[in-house]
Design a protein around this ligand. Sequence first.
Ligand SMILES: Cc1ncc(COP(=O)(O)O)c(C=O)c1O
Length: 380
Amino acid sequence: MFRSGGVRGILLPRPFAQGVPETRTFPLQLWERLERQVLKETGTQALLHCDPQGADPLRRAIADYVNLERGARATADRVLVLTSSQQAMTLCATVLLDRGDRIFIEDPVYYGARKAFDAASLECVPIPVNRQGIVIEQIVNDPRGGKAVSLTPSHQFPTGATLALDRRLALIEWAAQYQAWIIEDDYDSEFHYAGKPTACVQGLDPHDRTIYIGTFTKSLFPGLRIGYVVLPPQLVKPMIVARSLLDGHTASIAQLTLARFMEGGHFGAYVRAMRSMYAERLEVLASRVSKHLSAFVEPRVPVGGLQMPCMLTCDLSERDAVDAARRFEIDLMGLSALHAAGTGEAGFLMGFAAYTPAEIEIGVRKLAKAFQSIASKKRR
Ligand SMILES: Cc1ncc(COP(=O)(O)O)c(C=O)c1O
C-alpha cells in the first residue's frame, strides 16, 4: 500500500491532466460575499465544532439537488457530509465490510476506489466493463458471492460507459437477495453532453442496499474538499460514528457557504455554464485529435465527464507515448495500469475541462510532435 502511494490530486494542472475542472473562471467574488454573509449571520458560532453528519442547510440542499437532478430518493437526515468521495470509499470499505471480504470492482477501475479497498484488506474481484457498463452475469453467477459491488454507473471511470438500465435493475435485485451493498460513485454526472443523463441507481433501489457517493470536486473545485453520501436509513448512525473517529466533521464555514451557493440557485447556474463550456472544449479536443493525431490514436468521444479516452492505433507503446508527452510538458494518464492485470488496450486519458480551446490546440500540436519524434526514432 505504501509503495503504491496514496491518492494525490493534481497540484498544477497542465494539458491534458485528467479529471480536473476549470477553476480559473470560478465566481470567487460571489463565493467571498456568501462567506461574509455566513460569518456575519452566524458570528463566532461558525468557529465551533459542528454536527459530524454535516450542517443542516447543506444536507437539505444536497438532498434537494440529488432528488431533482439525479433521481435519487434522499432526505436530509440520510445525507452525511464528508470531505471527499475518497473518504466515503474508505468509510464504506471499513464499516460495511471486514478484512478479506469480497467486493466486486469494475475492470478497468478508478484507482482511488481500488486503493481504498486494498488498504482495508478487502478481496477485490475485478469484473470486465463493456459498452453497457459492468458485465453483471459474472457477479450474479459467482458461486463465492460478494459483500458489495463498487461502481461508477453514470460515467464509468475510465471507459466512459453508462450502465444500462436492465443491468442496474439486476444488480439491485442481486444486492437485495444476498444482502450485499452497492457503492455508487456518481463523481461527475453533472457533466453530461449528449442525450439525457440516466437516473442514479440509488433512486431505483427500493431495498435500500445502495450507498450513493457524490462530490463537489468536479462540479465546483477540488480545494473545497466537500463530498457526501446518501445512506440507507440503517447505516446513518454507524457511518456518522465511524466518520467522527476519522476527522470529527467537515469544516463548517465552507459547508455553510456552499449551502448558500446551492440555495441561491448559483450552483445550478454554475453547473449549466460549465457544462456548455466543457461541451465546447470536448468538441475542440475531439476534432483536433482527429486532425493531428489520427496516425497514432483513435479518440473515444465520451457522452460526459471531464476526460476523453484515446486508444493507441500505432506501434508506440503506452509507456513510450506517455513518456514522450511528458518531455513536451503534456500529461497523459495511461489506461493499462487501471486494468486489474495491468494490461488492457493501450491508450490514455486526455482531460479537457480545465483547458481553453487555444490551450487544447497548442497541447495537441505538441503531442503530435512528441509522437512523431519517437515514431521517427523507432524507425531509425
Ligand atoms: C471516479 C472518481 N471518483 C471520485 C473522484 C474524486 O473525488 P474526491 O475528490 O471527492 O475524492 C475522482 C477524481 O478525482 C474520480 O475520478
